[in-house]
Design a binder for this molecule. Sequence first.
Ligand SMILES: C[S@@+](CC[C@H](N)C(=O)[O-])C[C@H]1O[C@@H](n2cnc3c(N)ncnc32)[C@H](O)[C@@H]1O
Length: 232
Amino acid sequence: MLRCDIITIFPDFFRETFAYGIIRRARAAGLVELEAHDLRRWTSDKHRIVDDRPFGGGEGMVLKPEPIFAAVRELTGAASRKDYASQTRVILLSPQGRVFTQAMAQDLSQQTSHIVLICGRYEGVDERVADELVTDEVSIGDYVLSGGEPAALVVIDALIRLLPGAVGNESSTTNESFTESLLDCPQYTRPPEFSGLKVPEVLLNGHHAEIARWRREAALKKTERNRPDLLK
Ligand SMILES: C[S@@+](CC[C@H](N)C(=O)[O-])C[C@H]1O[C@@H](n2cnc3c(N)ncnc32)[C@H](O)[C@@H]1O
């Protein structure tokens, strides 16, 4: 069982999305336990303030360290990164992080039993959180979102579908894009002809070796066209 705790100022963001598809099934099957926590729960002032102005000046607000430290300490039972249990990871979603890949999703799905995800907002999170608490600073791509919540969802979705038993047919996670530095091959379904557009003949002939060869070549062509960087 994998446990994922999300620290956010918008816990309702996750409510609906956890109720669909593979995430819903994985929860129902007891493969994963997901909980979105309101960061304000760990404030101690009357107004439940989680942000403040940046030292040195500049635009916007920064998430304060105290509530995040209190949240991570309670959820991990440890004072800082060096005291976490061996299968615990604390992930800060940040455009300044390492770019998330399928290999990282695989690593997380195999090596961890507890993940805490910290979602930033505004100008970001006080750097002492990254320095002291975070094991992985993760970006989902070279663009800036307004908050870490969509990024946390991307990470959670990618790794839950890799948990053994989460996806019905196991081969559907082993033959996918990025598992072999290739994109997946193009897929077609019925009807064989639609508006004059035909499915490649080879896929209709039932000859498994020919279909496998065609798929390999089509995957290679698609990778060359859309992601030549993967072939280097
Ligand atoms: C507006 S962003 C802060 C951007 C920050 N000032 C910068 O330029 O690096 C607010 C929050 O959204 C999240 N975020 C934005 N872009 C992200 C990305 N590409 N990957 C992961 N999280 C992201 C982070 O949690 C971040 O703290």
